[in-house]
Ligand binder design. Sequence first.
Ligand SMILES: [Zn+2]
Length: 204
Amino acid sequence: MLLAIVEALKLVALFVVGDGHFITGVFVLVCAYAGSLFVTERLFVIVKPKLLTLPWFAKIWSWFVAIRGKFLQCLRRKSGGDRVTAQASEKIVELRQPTQCVLWEHPDRVAGQFAQAFEEVESYEDASHLSRSLYKCRECGQLYFYEWYEWVDWEHGNDKQYSTFVPVQTAEEITALKQTDTFSLLRFFPRLQWDGSKIGWIGK
Ligand SMILES: [Zn+2]
């Protein structure tokens, strides 16, 4: 029944094209082919059990299913692999605890006398809402990767400032930190966090 409609549509298409309405004819033809594809797929679902009783068809079909399975497995393994890589990049990084530094026992020293306590070694970023640089403790020489970040609350106007100090030692650690964004920076422990009111070590 449906197939008959599809075939009739194709005939209509031929007449339309013959009449000079090329675009309309092509459109009807495309609809007809899409329709027949749909009907064929439906038809296959219905006749498949019957076809599978034929030995030659069953053989070809099982071969096709096996290949399709392998292909899907391959695709799945690939996306699974991507997930593993993503997890690896989200892993926690533990750094040496700066126990010799006065900040370790007195984290509140970062507030107030910041300039007296630290000197800037290098600046990486200096924007209106985000700045990043490398600071050195004037007292013990401990290096800190420092990020200052202002969260702009457009809706309520409650802007918040966050300062983060990550104690670093090696050039590799500094490179890794430079590659983070504000959120992946939180993978590093221990770190000193100051949100404008509370100051404290995370992961001490
Ligand atoms: Zn220090």
